[in-house]
Design a protein around this ligand. Structure first.
Ligand code: PRP
Length: 203
């Protein structure tokens, strides 16, 4: 079974769950992107690419944030909420400034352009979404946008830049996902692994 993991903290936390299940060390060596152990092949991929590897069946299962699956509208099965990497997708804006609420059209800067578009369109608020790739908090400070839609974890980045969380759009955490075909052909193996993860991780 091939498992795509998002590079960094979440991958380490998931490999730690495997260590507890199989009583062996699971760790990517140096800069190696593939780890083979106990019949599993782990792929070390970028957070934003996990769902693509799983959707295209380059991996049978994977671990990725609900924020990413929602933004990419990934066609995958969600098996388990691992409760790791908890964060929110929120609207942020300049502290104490509510003027965005009375604008005819709001300018929104975001890395999560689809989530932002959908949120404002459902509310019937005309919004121009400006897609950025990072440092989103900068946009309202220099007048590029009225508000931002971004990931908030501790809220420190917002606070340190004179911004505040205005509304929560989505609560996110890491999910175990599966490719739809793999789930049919490897159902027993996948469900067996899900059970083992549940047992040691309590998800
Ligand atoms: C993310 C997010 C916020 C920050 C939130 O950015 O886009 O900027 O983390 O975390 P906090 O609430 O704990 O401060 P990331 O570090 O991924 O960098 P980026 O700005 O390049 O997207």
């Amino acid at each position: 079974m091939t498992i795509a993991l998002p590079k960094g903290r979440i991958a380490s936390e998931v490999l730690d769950i495997f260590r507890k299940i199989f009583n062996e060390d699971f760790e990517f060596e140096n800069r190696k992107l593939i780890l083979k152990k106990a019949g599993f092949t782990f792929l070390n991929v970028r957070n934003w690419d996990v769902a693509t590897y799983v959707e295209k069946q380059a991996a049978d299962i994977g671990v990725v944030g609900l924020d990413v699956i929602t933004e990419l509208k990934s066609d995958v099965l969600e098996l388990l909420d691992l409760g790791l990497g908890k964060c929110r997708v929120s609207i942020g804006g300049i502290k104490g400034d509510e003027s965005y609420k009375s604008k005819i059209q709001i300018k929104v800067a975001s890395k999560l352009a689809n989530i932002a578009k959908e949120y404002f369109s459902k509310k019937g608020i005309p919004a121009e979404v400006i897609k950025l790739n990072g440092s989103i908090e900068l946009a309202p400070l220099v007048g590029l946008s009225d508000v931002i839609v971004d990931i908030v974890e501790t809220g420190n980045t917002l606070r340190e830049n004179g911004l505040e969380e205005k509304e929560v759009i989505l609560y996110s955490s890491a999910r175990l996902i599966a490719n739809k075909n793999s789930f049919l052909t490897k159902k027993t193996e996948i469900l067996d692994l899900v059970e083992k993860i549940r047992k040691v991780h309590g998800a």
